[in-house]
Design a protein around this ligand. Structure first.
Ligand SMILES: [Zn+2]
Length: 187
């Protein structure tokens, strides 16, 4: 089993999308995509708009909100954070979370996934679970060149004004031990 020491959380910075769309954006040749060999994330968690037509019509698609897409095996090194991929797992929430909050279903599925990975790989919530922007800052503070998106997974991630209140222990740990103590940007 690959050694894992970081779970890195992202947003797509798009209003819509799904797993296959993310794979296209990351692996299609430039200029259509990023031209990467491997997509950036192991897992994508959808919002209510899996494609452009549903978003442009503001018509939520049944079953899309909180849908979990596995893009690559956990044994595969994905491409989500330059300089920190070899021992990382990446998960991305669909949405521009600099502008809107994740959905309640996305939080629930994210908490489930993070809890699963923390247990499976014997990790610690405070030491091993990071936002992408937080990881970029850590790398830069360590003198490593990096220029990643500093707000990822978005300014509204962990917004305490209207977070759901009933997802139990993992939610408490993440909101208390991680979002607050570690200073993930709050609005
Ligand atoms: Zn990111």
């Amino acid at each position: 089993m690959r050694k894992i020491n970081a779970i890195i959380i992202h947003h797509s910075a798009s209003h819509w999308g799904d797993g296959p769309e993310i794979v296209r954006w990351h692996t299609a040749p430039r200029p259509k995509g990023n031209g990467w060999k491997v997509p950036g994330y192991h897992v994508v968690i959808g919002n209510q708009y899996p494609n452009y037509s549903s978003y442009s019509a503001r018509k939520p698609v049944a079953g899309a909100d909180g849908k979990v897409y596995r893009l690559v095996s956990e044994e595969t090194v994905a491409n989500g954070c330059y300089g920190a991929n070899a021992h990382s797992l990446h998960v991305c929430l669909i949405g521009n979370i600099d502008l809107t909050e994740p959905t309640a279903q996305q939080y629930l599925k994210l908490w489930d996934l993070v809890k699963h990975w923390v247990t499976k790989y014997s990790l610690d919530y405070t030491a091993n679970v990071h936002g992408h922007g937080e990881m970029v800052r850590r790398l830069m503070n360590a003198g490593k060149p990096n220029a990643g998106p500093k707000s990822c997974p978005g300014k509204f991630f962990g917004y305490t004004g209207s977070l759901i209140q009933s997802s139990g222990e993992v939610y408490e740990k993440l909101t208390n031990a991680w979002l607050r103590i570690k200073g993930v940007p709050q609005v």
